[in-house]
Design a protein around this ligand. Structure first.
Ligand code: URA
Length: 210
């Protein structure tokens, strides 16, 4: 991808996102919509994946059929909310390898603290798609991407549902080589680090923890 930021303005994405933002959306509906949007974002983020040709036999004749080239992708969920995006993308790309980065945000400093890191081997030869629904301050996203680079990844893309301008700036400063694909760039962050208008705490809404 050549653009640093891609906003997927497709009407289906925008419509589903509005349904998710509504605070009256139930937990199952929120999760279902997130899964659907994740697949539409995945469609966009994988648009330029390289293809190669493979000989297959249809019932009619042999042909040189296009198939994905290179090592299997790595999907990295930034816990815990990343799992809501991961499920849908994995349905679309079932052969992908999966990793997890556990970071939580210190409520006072808003800085990321790492508590878990487990990723597939051979990251350096894979397209790595890091997923986290909310790009807020960008601190945890930038920290997660740094951990992935330290583990060898060099071709990384970042998928989120909502982005705050502050998070986009932070990511661009820290990782100008990592394209971001999102469904929306919202107005700003509030004093607690929540995206405005946003959708609240994505983890709480998808797991029903509040
Ligand atoms: N994380 C969330 O879940 N929501 C926000 O608005 C910001 C960070």
């Amino acid at each position: 991808m050549s653009e640093h930021l891609t906003v997927v303005t497709h009407p289906l994405v925008q419509h589903k996102l509005s349904l998710m933002r509504d605070k009256s959306a139930s937990t199952p509906l929120f999760r279902q919509l997130l899964r659907e949007i994740s697949q539409l974002l995945a469609y966009e983020i994988t648009r330029e994946l390289p293809l190669t040709r493979k000989t297959i036999a249809t019932p009619i004749e042999e042909m040189q059929a296009p198939v994905l080239d290179g090592k299997k992708l790595a999907l990295i969920s930034i816990l815990r909310a990343g799992n809501g995006l991961l499920d849908g993308v994995l349905e679309l790309i079932p052969g992908a390898r999966v990793g997890f980065v556990g970071l939580y945000r210190d409520e006072e400093t808003l800085q990321p603290i790492q508590y878990y890191f487990k990723v597939p081997h051979g990251l350096k030869d894979r397209l790595v798609i890091a997923v986290d629904p909310m790009l807020a301050t960008g601190n945890s996203s930038a920290a997660a991407v740094k951990l992935l680079k330290d583990a060898g990844a060099s071709n990384i893309r970042f998928m989120c549902l909502l982005a705050a301008p502050e998070g986009i700036v932070r990511m661009k400063e820290a990782h100008p080589d990592v394209p971001i694909v999102t469904a929306s760039v919202d107005s700003h962050l509030n004093e607690k680090g929540y995206i405005v208008p946003g959708l609240g705490d994505a983890g709480d809404r998808m797991f029903g923890t509040k």
